[in-house]
Design a protein around this ligand. Structure first.
Ligand code: HMG
Ligand code: MG
Length: 298
């Protein structure tokens, strides 16, 4: 069966914008987030407290977060280490995400660490965040395939998933960073995680749409009991440290499918589409989302 409600974890302002070459003004970012919340998105991932040289687009995190006072949504931020957690706590952030990798190649490229070293880096971050009453998500990249290493064995993804959750994360988001997964692979991974004691209620799925499989993969995950789905308004996105990572599953494409299935999300598709069209104007190119294009005649 399918769930009756899905929580969309909107990642546009973070995953969507982090790959943009031209720095988007902080006022535009704040307006983007306010509009996404006003369109009914209950979770809007805001920014990352990472090294500003690694992701220059998000170097304005200290300016952005205080501009969001009064926004009625959960506003998580990415935090890789203690320095990032200190910065987030100083601004009163209530929800963070650490982000690991199944593969050594991406752990090195994205975090300058081995898989083991990155888990060691996250352990005190998760512990301190939980102690401070924060909600903590664990992201795991390259759960299906890796641009340097090729196909990723399910057993390895299950192993790193258990270790990351074991640090005390409330939720684990399974990332198909380069968009190579197909529905059979998704079903097999979720089944293997279930056998290893990781139930769908603690999982989210994070699909990039490189090969046009993101919606099909999402449907497979919903059938397996997953009810939290990551998506990016307008299909913006990509990861600067993974070649061949294109945009995330577009939130509008996801909402079109869920509306059609009678699954509630709380999102107003018209307001969301208008937001993506507005953002596309700022970025200077049309949205890659098929639904945005269809609804807006872009
Ligand atoms: P490093 O160079 O190993 O850092 O980078 P370090 O620990 O050796 O520290 C070096 C210097 O950086 C020190 O300063 C630190 O204070 C400073 P110094 O003493 O030399 O003056 N520093 C920081 N400054 C500000 N904020 C911080 C911070 N940390 C250290 N948080 C590091 C290690 C983790 C910092 C770096 O690799 C990094 O910032 N990586 C972030 C990469 C990133 O953001 N990638 C995109 C997000 S992941 C993604 O998109 C995938 C996802 O969407 C899921 C999917 O699709 O798969 C989530
Ligand atoms: Mg991503």
């Amino acid at each position: 069966g399918l769930p009756t409600h899905v929580r969309i974890h909107e990642v546009g302002p973070r995953d969507g914008l982090q790959n943009e070459k031209t720095v988007v003004p902080v006022e535009v970012k704040a307006e983007f987030i306010r509009r996404l919340a006003a369109a009914g998105l209950s979770t809007v991932e805001t920014t990352s407290f990472v090294h500003p040289k690694w992701v220059p687009q998000l170097a304005d995190a200290e300016q952005l977060v205080p501009m969001l006072d009064g926004v009625e949504a959960r506003l998580p931020v990415l935090v890789p280490n203690r320095r990032g957690l200190e910065r987030a706590l100083a601004l009163g952030v209530r929800e963070i995400a650490v982000f690991g990798s199944v593969t050594e190649s991406f752990a090195k490229a994205n975090l300058n660490r081995t898989v083991d070293e990155s888990l060691e880096m996250f352990a005190p971050v998760v512990a301190e965040a939980k102690e401070a009453g924060l909600r903590v998500r664990g992201y795991l990249s390259m759960c299906f395939g890796d641009p340097w290493e090729g196909a990723v064995p399910i057993a390895r993804t299950v192993d790193v998933s258990r270790r990351l959750l074991g640090l005390g994360c409330d939720e684990l988001s399974l990332g198909d960073t380069i968009g190579v997964a197909t529905p059979g692979h998704v079903t097999a991974l979720l089944a293997a995680l279930g056998e290893a004691g990781v139930g769908a209620e603690r999982l989210a799925v994070h699909f990039h749409d490189t090969y046009g499989q993101a919606l099909a993969n999402t449907l497979a995950a919903l059938r397996h009991g997953v009810t939290t789905v990551d998506a990016s308004a307008g299909g913006l996105g990509g990861c600067p440290y993974a070649k061949s990572a294109t945009g995330n599953l577009a939130t509008e494409d996801l909402v079109w499918m869920l509306d059609g299935l009678g699954i509630t999300t709380g999102v107003d598709l018209g307001r969301l589409t208008a937001t993506s069209v507005w953002m596309a104007g700022h970025l200077g190119r049309p949205s890659p989302s098929r639904t945005v294009r269809a609804l807006s005649h872009q």
